[in-house]
Design a protein around this ligand. Sequence first.
Ligand SMILES: NC(=O)c1ccc[n+]([C@@H]2O[C@H](COP(=O)([O-])OP(=O)(O)OC[C@H]3O[C@@H](n4cnc5c(N)ncnc54)[C@H](OP(=O)(O)O)[C@@H]3O)[C@@H](O)[C@H]2O)c1
Length: 350
Amino acid sequence: MSVPKNQAAWLTKAGRPLEVGEAPMPTAGPGEIVVKNAAVAINPLDCHMLDVGVFVKQWPSIFGCDVAGEVYEVGPGEKKFKKGDRVIGHTVNLVSGRPQDGGYALYTVVQSAKAAILPGHISYTDGVVVPFALEGAVCALSLKVPGVALPGVATPALALPYPSLQVPAPDAGKAVVVYGGSSSIGSMVTQVAHAAGITVIAIAGARNLQFSKDCGATEVFDYKDAQLVQKVVQSVRSSGKEFVGIFDAIATEETFPHDKAILAELGGGHLACSHPPPTDVAENVTAGMIFAVNDIATPVWADFVTPALEAGQLKCLPPPTIVGKGLEFVQTALEKSKAGVSATKLVVEL
Ligand SMILES: NC(=O)c1ccc[n+]([C@@H]2O[C@H](COP(=O)([O-])OP(=O)(O)OC[C@H]3O[C@@H](n4cnc5c(N)ncnc54)[C@H](OP(=O)(O)O)[C@@H]3O)[C@@H](O)[C@H]2O)c1
């Protein structure tokens, strides 16, 4: 039987367009599978990797965090997956630096603990929007002890329960605010929190209020609303739930003053950000930054993702926008991502 050839979209130098070319065929070690990718998704982080080489540990590099496809090979002793299974997976090039762990290739190594069977009725292009955002969402909500996101920047530790397969989920009696409810990570935090029985009050763009509700938010407010802080505070108070804090998916100079004002009104709490948090928070605020490669998500990958997708409890949101077919389209998709998206995830079919 002939061995298939691998190809990848290589980053040869920061700031240069990706170059599609041959790549070594990866093999699966213990705890790993090799996925023959049918779809890959773009995350904003990838644009920084492209432009400035952030997190690149080895040149030339293959990056990309989200893959969906068929299991091509399983590592020694693998029990969870077999060749031919349809899967989605979160790849770990970000931390390992190994080119074979990057998603923008025809074949990629995925840790079995960061993969799940994709139910037959869900397309690869839909399923691929889930992995990176899912792991980031669990990191945002369920870490019990702060870890290290970046040197000198701690991860948040909201210690909230994992999502449950029970519908409706048992009421956790708690409320969180999700700032950026229509973003990829914000909408996934909303979904995961909702499935954990946590009340979500979200902040999103005017045209995406219903989208955020579809992800499980109880109330959603327009981030341009002049009364935003007062409305969010009122909504949290009238929920009757214990306020835990804010997940800020946007985490910019525009959102921080609102975060701080909401936290001040509600007596403090956690401020979990997608980027380094502000350094001048009040004493009653615990601020941190998520790092979306985190083993805290392992039980969720193992026990929740597949049955929740099967039941429609976990939805493939935001919906994909398919940019093209073939590795050549990864560069196009990265350029589109830089221009900004609204309630969608850019996806390339392979
Ligand atoms: N630290 C980590 O591990 C980690 C993990 C994942 C993501 N991130 C970072 O988190 C950020 C979001 O990532 P993503 O993939 O979720 O991005 P995304 O889906 O590309 O974000 C686009 C969304 O941002 C929303 N948005 C823009 N400005 C906003 C504002 N002022 N208030 C509220 N919403 C606003 C837009 O909302 P409307 O269209 O409704 O206006 C749009 O839907 C990125 O900077 C990314 O690098 C970090």
